[in-house]
Ligand binder design. Sequence first.
Ligand code: PLP
Length: 363
Amino acid sequence: MIYLDNAATTRPCAEAVAAVTDTMQSCFGNASSLHRLGLNSEKVISSARKTLLAKLGEGEIYFTSGATESNNTAIFGAVETYRRNGDKIVTTAMEHPAAANPIAKLEERGMRVVRLSPKDHEDFEQAVADAVDDRTLLVSCMAVNNETGYAVDVKRLYRLVKRKNEKTIVHIDAVQGFLKVPLDGDFISISGHKIHGPKGIGALYVKKGVRFAPLLLGGGQQKKLRSGTEPVELIAGLEAAVKNYRGKTERFSQLKSHLVSALSELDGIKFNSTDKCVPNIVNFSIKGVRSEIMLHSLEQQEIYVSSGSACSKGKTSGVLAAFGVPDSDADSAIRVSMCADTTEEELDILVDNIRKGIERFRR
Ligand code: PLP
């Protein structure tokens, strides 16, 4: 099997699997229990919090069911808390539905929303900051786009937005950027299963001094801000994944140049990922061959890639339009997303099979 769909999800690393199973067996106490078993579970959670804070900065960590919940918590929670600061949200046209849909819901409820596309701005971070005014309550911008790998310099974005309006809250969906690019934000969303950890666990980082109203009401766990018994085993798995993450930008860059030069030998390949993209994601269109046809033909050889975003279940990606990709090219877009275990040999086999697919299917 050649697995090249790591932006959709990753294979859990051995350390994460061991942490989940060991913790399930040896540490099953409810972290809220006052006895020793509860304390043992609480220790696992505190250790994971420390590990995440060491990567993200000074603040708090709330464990969630994944980045969808982290995004919803940050967006709805910030708007409820800071409503008096304004009625405008600045966001992008490339957001994942896990951020785009909560924002659309707030728009239905009367918030004004400005959506910027990377295709329209040479200096995207500056463009986002320029759209911020004294009525802007929230900026929500992803760190790395899941379909093309387009990377926003979110540290610079944070600085520029705060310079324009220090009261504006900045939320970063860092699902594809965490452990890969430098991050900053008042809220940062991350997800376990994109970094070789378990599914169903994510976290929301909240910068020191930033507040939010909880999404879930219940038993008052996690400082009353995220109710629900903490899944200690998944939290342990997430921590193990973070500690053992092996992806390296330099290695991904080598793999990307190998892939790009091999693909460039084929006729009718157009790259949708540019130099502004992280090197572990390469999105390209194959003229005259629909994505789904190519995807399933590769699947028969046990090569797994994606057409656009896996979360959009094979629908033509509206997000590619934000990068200026015409519909006809979006229809034939393939996303290859790599991990630390990806090899040049695997990429050669992929390209060879794409060549065969083009010969068979090109219209
Ligand atoms: N945000 C981005 C950029 C993503 O790529 C994804 C998943 O594909 C999500 C959010 C949703 O994350 P989760 O599956 O943890 O809810």
